[in-house]
Design a protein around this ligand. Structure first.
Ligand SMILES: [Zn+2]
Length: 406
Protein backbone atom coordinates (compact mmCIF):
# COMPACT_ATOMS: atom_id res chain seq x y z
CA UNK A 1 0.00 0.00 0.00
CA UNK A 2 1.30 3.43 -0.86
CA UNK A 3 1.89 5.83 1.99
CA UNK A 4 1.41 8.86 -0.21
CA UNK A 5 -0.15 11.53 1.97
CA UNK A 6 -3.56 12.62 0.75
CA UNK A 7 -2.51 16.27 1.06
CA UNK A 8 0.44 15.71 -1.29
CA UNK A 9 0.05 17.03 -4.83
CA UNK A 10 -1.32 14.41 -7.23
CA UNK A 11 1.02 13.08 -9.91
CA UNK A 12 0.63 15.28 -13.01
CA UNK A 13 -1.34 13.41 -15.67
CA UNK A 14 1.36 14.30 -18.21
CA UNK A 15 3.80 12.04 -16.33
CA UNK A 16 1.70 8.97 -17.14
CA UNK A 17 2.00 7.71 -20.68
CA UNK A 18 -0.70 5.87 -22.60
CA UNK A 19 -0.25 2.13 -23.08
CA UNK A 20 -1.41 -0.80 -25.16
CA UNK A 21 -1.04 -3.89 -22.99
CA UNK A 22 -1.44 -7.46 -24.12
CA UNK A 23 -0.19 -10.08 -21.64
CA UNK A 24 1.96 -12.29 -23.85
CA UNK A 25 3.58 -14.66 -21.40
CA UNK A 26 1.68 -17.18 -19.31
CA UNK A 27 3.29 -17.50 -15.88
CA UNK A 28 3.29 -20.64 -13.73
CA UNK A 29 4.81 -20.07 -10.28
CA UNK A 30 5.24 -23.04 -7.94
CA UNK A 31 7.95 -25.01 -6.19
CA UNK A 32 8.66 -27.98 -8.44
CA UNK A 33 6.71 -26.49 -11.38
CA UNK A 34 9.54 -27.39 -13.77
CA UNK A 35 8.61 -31.09 -13.33
CA UNK A 36 5.58 -30.31 -15.52
CA UNK A 37 7.75 -29.13 -18.45
CA UNK A 38 7.16 -32.28 -20.55
CA UNK A 39 3.37 -32.33 -20.26
CA UNK A 40 3.18 -28.55 -20.80
CA UNK A 41 5.36 -28.72 -23.93
CA UNK A 42 3.10 -31.46 -25.31
CA UNK A 43 0.08 -29.28 -24.52
CA UNK A 44 1.61 -26.60 -26.78
CA UNK A 45 2.19 -29.09 -29.62
CA UNK A 46 5.92 -29.74 -29.22
CA UNK A 47 7.48 -32.78 -30.91
CA UNK A 48 11.18 -31.96 -31.23
CA UNK A 49 12.50 -29.51 -28.63
CA UNK A 50 15.68 -27.46 -28.82
CA UNK A 51 16.83 -27.05 -25.20
CA UNK A 52 19.15 -24.04 -24.88
CA UNK A 53 21.19 -23.87 -21.68
CA UNK A 54 24.73 -23.33 -20.35
CA UNK A 55 27.47 -25.49 -18.79
CA UNK A 56 26.72 -24.31 -15.23
CA UNK A 57 23.09 -25.44 -15.52
CA UNK A 58 24.23 -28.79 -16.89
CA UNK A 59 26.63 -29.16 -13.93
CA UNK A 60 23.83 -28.27 -11.48
CA UNK A 61 21.78 -31.15 -12.95
CA UNK A 62 18.90 -28.94 -14.11
CA UNK A 63 19.43 -29.53 -17.85
CA UNK A 64 19.46 -33.32 -17.45
CA UNK A 65 16.28 -33.21 -15.35
CA UNK A 66 14.39 -31.00 -17.81
CA UNK A 67 15.55 -33.22 -20.70
CA UNK A 68 14.27 -36.30 -18.84
CA UNK A 69 10.85 -34.67 -18.24
CA UNK A 70 10.59 -33.87 -21.96
CA UNK A 71 11.65 -37.37 -23.02
CA UNK A 72 9.26 -38.95 -20.52
CA UNK A 73 6.48 -37.04 -22.33
CA UNK A 74 7.56 -38.70 -25.60
CA UNK A 75 9.37 -35.68 -27.06
CA UNK A 76 12.67 -35.63 -28.94
CA UNK A 77 15.26 -33.27 -27.46
CA UNK A 78 18.34 -31.61 -28.96
CA UNK A 79 20.52 -29.79 -26.43
CA UNK A 80 22.70 -26.72 -26.97
CA UNK A 81 24.55 -26.24 -23.68
CA UNK A 82 27.09 -23.56 -24.58
CA UNK A 83 25.20 -20.31 -23.97
CA UNK A 84 27.75 -17.63 -22.94
CA UNK A 85 27.43 -15.16 -20.09
CA UNK A 86 27.05 -12.34 -22.65
CA UNK A 87 25.61 -13.99 -25.77
CA UNK A 88 27.12 -12.82 -29.04
CA UNK A 89 26.35 -13.34 -32.71
CA UNK A 90 28.94 -16.17 -32.51
CA UNK A 91 26.94 -17.86 -29.73
CA UNK A 92 23.84 -17.75 -31.93
CA UNK A 93 25.79 -19.23 -34.87
CA UNK A 94 26.97 -22.13 -32.69
CA UNK A 95 23.42 -22.72 -31.44
CA UNK A 96 22.11 -22.74 -35.02
CA UNK A 97 24.75 -25.32 -36.02
CA UNK A 98 23.37 -27.66 -33.38
CA UNK A 99 19.71 -26.94 -34.21
CA UNK A 100 19.70 -26.93 -38.03
CA UNK A 101 20.21 -30.66 -38.72
CA UNK A 102 17.01 -31.42 -36.77
CA UNK A 103 13.34 -30.72 -37.33
CA UNK A 104 13.07 -28.38 -34.34
CA UNK A 105 9.49 -27.22 -33.73
CA UNK A 106 9.80 -25.91 -30.17
CA UNK A 107 12.43 -24.04 -28.14
CA UNK A 108 13.06 -24.01 -24.40
CA UNK A 109 15.50 -21.58 -22.80
CA UNK A 110 16.77 -22.86 -19.44
CA UNK A 111 19.13 -20.76 -17.33
CA UNK A 112 19.89 -17.10 -16.72
CA UNK A 113 19.04 -14.27 -19.07
CA UNK A 114 21.88 -15.21 -21.41
CA UNK A 115 20.46 -18.70 -22.09
CA UNK A 116 16.97 -17.26 -22.60
CA UNK A 117 18.28 -14.56 -24.95
CA UNK A 118 20.30 -17.15 -26.89
CA UNK A 119 17.12 -19.21 -27.32
CA UNK A 120 15.24 -16.16 -28.60
CA UNK A 121 18.09 -15.14 -30.91
CA UNK A 122 18.24 -18.63 -32.39
CA UNK A 123 14.46 -18.56 -32.89
CA UNK A 124 14.71 -15.37 -35.01
CA UNK A 125 17.20 -16.91 -37.45
CA UNK A 126 15.73 -20.43 -37.53
CA UNK A 127 12.32 -19.10 -38.53
CA UNK A 128 13.04 -15.85 -40.38
CA UNK A 129 16.59 -16.37 -41.74
CA UNK A 130 19.26 -13.70 -42.20
CA UNK A 131 21.52 -12.42 -39.42
CA UNK A 132 20.84 -11.19 -35.88
CA UNK A 133 21.59 -7.62 -36.96
CA UNK A 134 18.49 -7.81 -39.22
CA UNK A 135 16.28 -8.01 -36.10
CA UNK A 136 17.91 -5.15 -34.18
CA UNK A 137 14.98 -2.96 -33.16
CA UNK A 138 11.34 -3.92 -32.86
CA UNK A 139 9.01 -6.07 -34.95
CA UNK A 140 11.42 -7.02 -37.76
CA UNK A 141 10.38 -10.71 -37.96
CA UNK A 142 7.86 -11.08 -40.79
CA UNK A 143 7.25 -14.86 -40.50
CA UNK A 144 5.83 -16.83 -37.56
CA UNK A 145 8.32 -17.92 -34.90
CA UNK A 146 8.53 -21.20 -32.99
CA UNK A 147 6.73 -21.42 -29.66
CA UNK A 148 9.13 -21.04 -26.73
CA UNK A 149 9.16 -21.71 -22.99
CA UNK A 150 11.44 -19.83 -20.61
CA UNK A 151 12.64 -21.56 -17.44
CA UNK A 152 14.78 -19.10 -15.49
CA UNK A 153 17.30 -20.41 -12.95
CA UNK A 154 18.28 -16.95 -11.72
CA UNK A 155 16.20 -14.06 -10.43
CA UNK A 156 17.64 -11.34 -12.62
CA UNK A 157 17.02 -10.16 -16.14
CA UNK A 158 13.29 -10.79 -16.41
CA UNK A 159 13.96 -11.99 -19.97
CA UNK A 160 11.34 -14.69 -19.33
CA UNK A 161 8.65 -11.98 -19.52
CA UNK A 162 10.06 -10.04 -22.45
CA UNK A 163 9.95 -10.11 -26.23
CA UNK A 164 13.54 -8.82 -26.50
CA UNK A 165 16.86 -10.62 -26.79
CA UNK A 166 20.09 -8.77 -26.05
CA UNK A 167 22.79 -10.10 -28.36
CA UNK A 168 26.26 -8.54 -28.68
CA UNK A 169 28.18 -8.13 -31.92
CA UNK A 170 31.01 -10.71 -31.81
CA UNK A 171 33.85 -8.23 -32.48
CA UNK A 172 32.70 -4.84 -31.16
CA UNK A 173 30.64 -6.29 -28.27
CA UNK A 174 28.03 -3.62 -29.06
CA UNK A 175 24.69 -4.85 -27.69
CA UNK A 176 21.77 -5.21 -30.07
CA UNK A 177 18.26 -5.30 -28.57
CA UNK A 178 16.20 -7.46 -30.92
CA UNK A 179 12.51 -7.48 -30.11
CA UNK A 180 9.33 -8.80 -31.60
CA UNK A 181 6.04 -9.75 -29.92
CA UNK A 182 6.41 -13.20 -31.56
CA UNK A 183 9.74 -13.73 -29.75
CA UNK A 184 8.13 -13.57 -26.30
CA UNK A 185 7.94 -16.96 -24.56
CA UNK A 186 4.49 -18.56 -24.57
CA UNK A 187 5.08 -19.67 -21.01
CA UNK A 188 7.54 -18.91 -18.23
CA UNK A 189 7.91 -21.64 -15.63
CA UNK A 190 8.94 -19.94 -12.38
CA UNK A 191 10.21 -22.72 -10.12
CA UNK A 192 12.04 -21.21 -7.12
CA UNK A 193 13.78 -24.53 -6.42
CA UNK A 194 15.81 -24.05 -9.60
CA UNK A 195 17.28 -20.82 -8.23
CA UNK A 196 18.75 -22.50 -5.12
CA UNK A 197 21.81 -23.64 -7.10
CA UNK A 198 23.00 -20.10 -7.85
CA UNK A 199 26.45 -19.26 -6.45
CA UNK A 200 26.42 -16.25 -4.09
CA UNK A 201 27.96 -13.91 -6.66
CA UNK A 202 25.24 -14.80 -9.17
CA UNK A 203 22.50 -14.28 -6.57
CA UNK A 204 24.07 -10.93 -5.69
CA UNK A 205 24.61 -9.58 -9.20
CA UNK A 206 21.30 -10.78 -10.64
CA UNK A 207 19.45 -9.43 -7.58
CA UNK A 208 21.01 -6.00 -8.03
CA UNK A 209 20.02 -6.16 -11.71
CA UNK A 210 16.40 -6.89 -10.73
CA UNK A 211 16.39 -3.96 -8.29
CA UNK A 212 17.85 -1.68 -10.97
CA UNK A 213 15.15 -2.82 -13.41
CA UNK A 214 12.43 -1.96 -10.90
CA UNK A 215 13.95 1.46 -10.15
CA UNK A 216 14.66 2.47 -13.75
CA UNK A 217 11.35 1.25 -15.16
CA UNK A 218 9.49 3.11 -12.38
CA UNK A 219 10.81 6.46 -13.59
CA UNK A 220 11.41 5.94 -17.34
CA UNK A 221 9.63 8.39 -19.64
CA UNK A 222 7.47 5.57 -21.04
CA UNK A 223 6.21 4.54 -17.62
CA UNK A 224 2.44 4.21 -17.34
CA UNK A 225 -0.08 3.15 -14.73
CA UNK A 226 0.36 -0.52 -15.59
CA UNK A 227 4.16 -0.63 -15.75
CA UNK A 228 4.32 1.31 -12.48
CA UNK A 229 2.18 -1.34 -10.80
CA UNK A 230 4.66 -4.07 -11.78
CA UNK A 231 7.74 -1.93 -11.04
CA UNK A 232 6.51 -1.00 -7.56
CA UNK A 233 5.50 -4.57 -6.73
CA UNK A 234 8.86 -5.88 -7.99
CA UNK A 235 10.68 -3.30 -5.87
CA UNK A 236 8.67 -4.20 -2.75
CA UNK A 237 9.35 -7.92 -3.22
CA UNK A 238 13.07 -7.34 -3.80
CA UNK A 239 13.56 -4.92 -0.90
CA UNK A 240 11.99 -7.47 1.43
CA UNK A 241 13.88 -10.48 0.12
CA UNK A 242 17.26 -9.50 -1.31
CA UNK A 243 19.10 -9.50 2.05
CA UNK A 244 17.46 -12.84 2.90
CA UNK A 245 18.60 -14.68 -0.24
CA UNK A 246 22.16 -13.55 0.47
CA UNK A 247 22.10 -14.42 4.17
CA UNK A 248 20.04 -17.62 3.98
CA UNK A 249 20.41 -18.87 0.39
CA UNK A 250 18.20 -21.92 0.95
CA UNK A 251 15.22 -19.84 2.07
CA UNK A 252 12.78 -20.98 -0.62
CA UNK A 253 10.19 -18.33 0.29
CA UNK A 254 12.71 -15.52 -0.20
CA UNK A 255 13.97 -17.17 -3.41
CA UNK A 256 10.38 -17.28 -4.70
CA UNK A 257 9.82 -13.61 -3.90
CA UNK A 258 13.02 -12.65 -5.75
CA UNK A 259 11.96 -14.76 -8.72
CA UNK A 260 8.62 -12.96 -8.85
CA UNK A 261 10.40 -9.61 -8.46
CA UNK A 262 12.57 -10.42 -11.48
CA UNK A 263 9.58 -11.50 -13.57
CA UNK A 264 7.45 -8.50 -12.58
CA UNK A 265 10.35 -6.11 -13.27
CA UNK A 266 10.64 -7.82 -16.65
CA UNK A 267 6.99 -7.01 -17.38
CA UNK A 268 7.59 -3.43 -16.21
CA UNK A 269 10.53 -3.05 -18.63
CA UNK A 270 8.53 -4.54 -21.49
CA UNK A 271 5.94 -1.80 -20.94
CA UNK A 272 8.14 1.07 -19.82
CA UNK A 273 11.84 0.65 -20.76
CA UNK A 274 14.95 1.46 -18.73
CA UNK A 275 17.26 4.43 -18.22
CA UNK A 276 20.75 5.86 -17.88
CA UNK A 277 22.16 3.24 -15.46
CA UNK A 278 21.70 0.61 -18.17
CA UNK A 279 23.03 2.99 -20.85
CA UNK A 280 26.16 3.62 -18.79
CA UNK A 281 26.58 -0.06 -17.89
CA UNK A 282 26.70 -1.52 -21.40
CA UNK A 283 30.04 0.12 -22.40
CA UNK A 284 31.54 -1.04 -19.08
CA UNK A 285 30.57 -4.62 -19.92
CA UNK A 286 31.79 -4.27 -23.52
CA UNK A 287 35.23 -2.81 -22.68
CA UNK A 288 36.06 -4.09 -19.19
CA UNK A 289 33.96 -7.23 -19.02
CA UNK A 290 32.19 -5.88 -15.92
CA UNK A 291 29.31 -8.24 -15.08
CA UNK A 292 26.00 -6.59 -16.02
CA UNK A 293 24.50 -6.53 -12.51
CA UNK A 294 27.69 -5.08 -11.08
CA UNK A 295 27.87 -2.39 -13.78
CA UNK A 296 24.27 -1.21 -13.37
CA UNK A 297 24.64 -1.34 -9.57
CA UNK A 298 27.75 0.89 -9.53
CA UNK A 299 26.01 3.47 -11.73
CA UNK A 300 22.51 3.44 -10.19
CA UNK A 301 23.01 5.70 -7.11
CA UNK A 302 24.69 8.36 -9.28
CA UNK A 303 21.95 8.14 -11.90
CA UNK A 304 19.22 8.51 -9.25
CA UNK A 305 20.85 11.63 -7.80
CA UNK A 306 21.32 13.08 -11.30
CA UNK A 307 17.72 12.36 -12.35
CA UNK A 308 16.24 13.58 -9.07
CA UNK A 309 17.17 17.14 -10.09
CA UNK A 310 14.15 16.85 -12.39
CA UNK A 311 10.97 17.49 -10.34
CA UNK A 312 8.82 14.84 -12.03
CA UNK A 313 11.55 12.21 -11.73
CA UNK A 314 12.14 13.18 -8.10
CA UNK A 315 8.46 12.65 -7.40
CA UNK A 316 8.52 9.25 -9.14
CA UNK A 317 11.53 8.13 -7.06
CA UNK A 318 9.84 9.37 -3.88
CA UNK A 319 6.72 7.36 -4.67
CA UNK A 320 8.82 4.28 -5.39
CA UNK A 321 10.59 4.71 -2.05
CA UNK A 322 7.24 4.98 -0.30
CA UNK A 323 5.96 1.69 -1.76
CA UNK A 324 8.04 -0.53 0.60
CA UNK A 325 7.93 2.20 3.27
CA UNK A 326 11.57 3.25 2.99
CA UNK A 327 10.20 6.76 3.39
CA UNK A 328 6.92 8.57 3.09
CA UNK A 329 6.41 11.18 0.38
CA UNK A 330 4.90 13.50 2.99
CA UNK A 331 8.30 13.56 4.73
CA UNK A 332 9.64 15.39 1.68
CA UNK A 333 10.67 14.17 -1.74
CA UNK A 334 14.38 14.95 -1.23
CA UNK A 335 14.40 12.88 1.95
CA UNK A 336 12.61 9.99 0.24
CA UNK A 337 15.11 10.02 -2.63
CA UNK A 338 18.01 9.94 -0.17
CA UNK A 339 16.40 7.00 1.65
CA UNK A 340 16.09 5.22 -1.70
CA UNK A 341 19.75 5.85 -2.54
CA UNK A 342 20.97 4.81 0.89
CA UNK A 343 18.99 1.52 0.75
CA UNK A 344 20.45 0.77 -2.69
CA UNK A 345 23.95 1.55 -1.40
CA UNK A 346 23.33 -0.82 1.52
CA UNK A 347 22.28 -3.53 -0.96
CA UNK A 348 25.43 -2.93 -3.02
CA UNK A 349 27.53 -3.40 0.12
CA UNK A 350 25.64 -6.61 0.98
CA UNK A 351 26.24 -7.82 -2.58
CA UNK A 352 29.99 -7.05 -2.26
CA UNK A 353 29.75 -4.87 -5.35
CA UNK A 354 32.55 -2.28 -5.49
CA UNK A 355 31.46 1.32 -5.26
CA UNK A 356 34.12 2.77 -7.53
CA UNK A 357 34.79 2.18 -11.23
CA UNK A 358 38.51 2.37 -10.44
CA UNK A 359 38.19 -1.12 -8.98
CA UNK A 360 36.90 -2.30 -12.38
CA UNK A 361 40.03 -0.98 -14.15
CA UNK A 362 38.36 2.14 -15.62
CA UNK A 363 40.67 5.12 -16.12
CA UNK A 364 39.78 8.82 -16.28
CA UNK A 365 41.18 8.97 -19.83
CA UNK A 366 38.61 6.34 -20.95
CA UNK A 367 35.60 8.39 -19.91
CA UNK A 368 35.00 10.35 -23.18
CA UNK A 369 34.96 7.08 -25.17
CA UNK A 370 32.62 5.40 -22.67
CA UNK A 371 30.34 8.45 -22.53
CA UNK A 372 30.11 8.62 -26.31
CA UNK A 373 28.93 4.99 -26.41
CA UNK A 374 26.58 5.39 -23.43
CA UNK A 375 24.83 8.36 -25.05
CA UNK A 376 24.15 6.21 -28.13
CA UNK A 377 22.42 3.43 -26.12
CA UNK A 378 18.75 3.01 -26.84
CA UNK A 379 17.82 3.06 -23.16
CA UNK A 380 19.24 6.61 -22.79
CA UNK A 381 16.22 7.86 -24.75
CA UNK A 382 13.88 6.83 -21.95
CA UNK A 383 15.79 8.33 -19.03
CA UNK A 384 13.46 10.70 -17.13
CA UNK A 385 15.97 13.58 -17.35
CA UNK A 386 17.58 14.25 -20.73
CA UNK A 387 21.11 12.85 -20.54
CA UNK A 388 23.90 14.02 -22.86
CA UNK A 389 27.38 12.70 -23.58
CA UNK A 390 28.73 15.37 -21.23
CA UNK A 391 26.32 14.19 -18.51
CA UNK A 392 27.61 10.64 -18.91
CA UNK A 393 31.17 11.89 -18.37
CA UNK A 394 29.98 13.49 -15.11
CA UNK A 395 28.15 10.28 -14.10
CA UNK A 396 31.19 8.10 -14.84
CA UNK A 397 33.50 10.54 -13.05
CA UNK A 398 31.26 10.47 -10.01
CA UNK A 399 31.35 6.67 -10.05
CA UNK A 400 35.12 6.74 -10.54
CA UNK A 401 35.60 9.03 -7.56
CA UNK A 402 32.52 7.72 -5.75
CA UNK A 403 30.93 11.05 -5.01
CA UNK A 404 27.45 12.38 -5.78
CA UNK A 405 26.80 14.07 -9.12
CA UNK A 406 24.49 17.02 -9.68
ZN1 LIG B 1 19.66 -5.19 -16.53
Amino acid sequence: MSLVNSTAAPMPLSSLAQFDFQPRVRLIFDNGASMRTGELAREYGARHVLLVTDPGIVAAGHAGRIQSYLEAAGLDVTVFDKADQNPTTGTIDRCLEVARPHKIDFIIGLGGGSALDTAKGCNFILTNGGRIRDYWGTGKATKPMLPMFAIPTTAGTGSECQSYALIAEEKSHAKMACGDPKAAPKLAILDPELTLSQPRTVTACTGIDTITHAVESAVATKRNALSLMYAHEAFMLAVASFPQVLETPRDIQARGRMQLAAAFAGIAIENSMLGAAHSAANPLTAHYNVIHGKAVGIMLPHVIRFNAEDPIARRAYAELASAPELACVSEGEDYAVEMLVSRIEAFLNLAHIPRSLTECGVKESDLPMLAEEAARQWTANFNPRPVTQHDFILLYRAALEERPVT
